[in-house]
Write a new protein. Structure first.
Length: 160
């Protein structure tokens, strides 16, 4: 048995990575229950909600924009969209503005599902994160954005 443990922290919960793992696991479990109601996965929801967001913001509904926005790798996104298309929730069409791009749009069924799912997810958000005092929620979001931004930039510069 080694004399010194390889861990930096004396308690597991002092590790920010382990805390993030636990938080992510709890959040994913909560959302899995929500998504079961709609017959979609978390990845599919991220795509559908992003598309709905793009509509509201006037942003292009291309697969490339979905990859950048939702941080889903191209292959996973492509498979998920194919499944959403098979389930009658979205349709893929050639982009009207870029001959190399493929846009994704809702079917009537897809629009109904995403709008109901958004309400359910936002309710889950309120319940799950409601333990954070209101005055600290902006601080929490700012910290998370800083982590995402710093690591997103690092992965971009590494060519990933």
């Amino acid at each position: 048995m080694p004399d010194r443990a390889p861990f930096k922290f004396q308690r597991a919960d002092d590790s920010p990575g382990f805390l993030l793992w636990k938080l992510t696991t709890l959040w994913q479990q909560r959302l899995a229950d929500v998504f079961d109601e709609f017959g979609i996965t978390q990845t599919q929801y991220a795509i559908l909600a992003s598309l709905r967001w793009f509509e509201e913001q006037g942003e292009p509904p291309s697969q490339a924009h979905l990859v950048a926005h939702a941080k889903i790798d191209k292959m996973t996104l492509s498979k998920a969209i194919r499944r959403l298309e098979e389930d009658g929730l979205v349709r893929r069409v050639p982009s009207a503005t870029d001959s190399r791009a493929v846009d994704v749009g809702f079917t009537a069924k897809g629009r109904r599902v995403v709008e109901q799912a958004i309400v359910a997810v936002e309710r889950a958000d309120d319940e799950f994160f409601g333990v954070i005092p209101a005055r600290r929620v902006d601080e929490f979001k700012s910290l998370v954005r800083a982590i995402i931004s710093a690591n997103d930039s690092a992965s971009d510069s590494a060519g990933r």
